[in-house]
Design a protein. Sequence first.
Length: 274
Amino acid sequence: MTSAEPLASVAPDEEPIVLLGADGFAGMRVAGRLAADTLDYVIDLVAPGVSTDALDRACHDFILGRGGVPAPLHYLGFPRSVCTSVNHVICHGIPSDKVLYDGDILNIDVTVVVDGWHGDASRMYFVGNVGRKAVRLCEVTYESMMRGIAAVKPGATLGDIGHAIQSFAESQRTSIVQEFCGHGIGRIFQSAPEVVHYGEPGSGAVLRAGMCFTIEPMINAGRPEIRMLSDGWTAVSRDRSLSAQFEHSVGVTADGVEIFTQSATGRHHPPYGG
């Protein structure tokens, strides 16, 4: 789940960045695995005619059945257990009785809590037969996220991550949403640092082993500007162009990065197959 508030203009030293040790990484692996398993579970449920409310209930029951708790439920007043963002919805879409249609693209954003640790991830899903423009947007968004993750190592900076994402996405004639960001994660759902998906190499906080955060670029097929709906949560592209997002929770290791929320079945992006 993206940072729920607009980007804050606070000095980076106003909130300490927590560094996790071996026990923390172990907890993050368990929570991350449940988040990934939940996203795997709903693959076969996403289809034309299914409501996003039904997908929310399915995720809710799956998470509880495996010993977790859905973190978004009642978080800052959010009314559901997952976020479901369809087509031009950028993030924080609220599940409802509205059904999916053939050709839609859908982001499902899951955050679970297991033994006090948070696992946060999202993926895109294709509903039926999806047009080439939508497929390409999802491909660019996934690759942008993975390039950002590849930039993570001790001594690199948050700006290196943002630059890796922005330079690729914009080279593909897509645009980066700048109003929302990734965030620190661990025993707290959303904490320092803020991980923006644009920036200059060498800028921002220096990465150190033990830092854990999400990388979750939101990329529009059209212009980057957003509009907030009256529910106070749902962000949409102002020009109603398609939007896509992928998200992983990661940790900085002694020599690189660990992804906590990888699919154990290898189904990292659509089309997922069986």
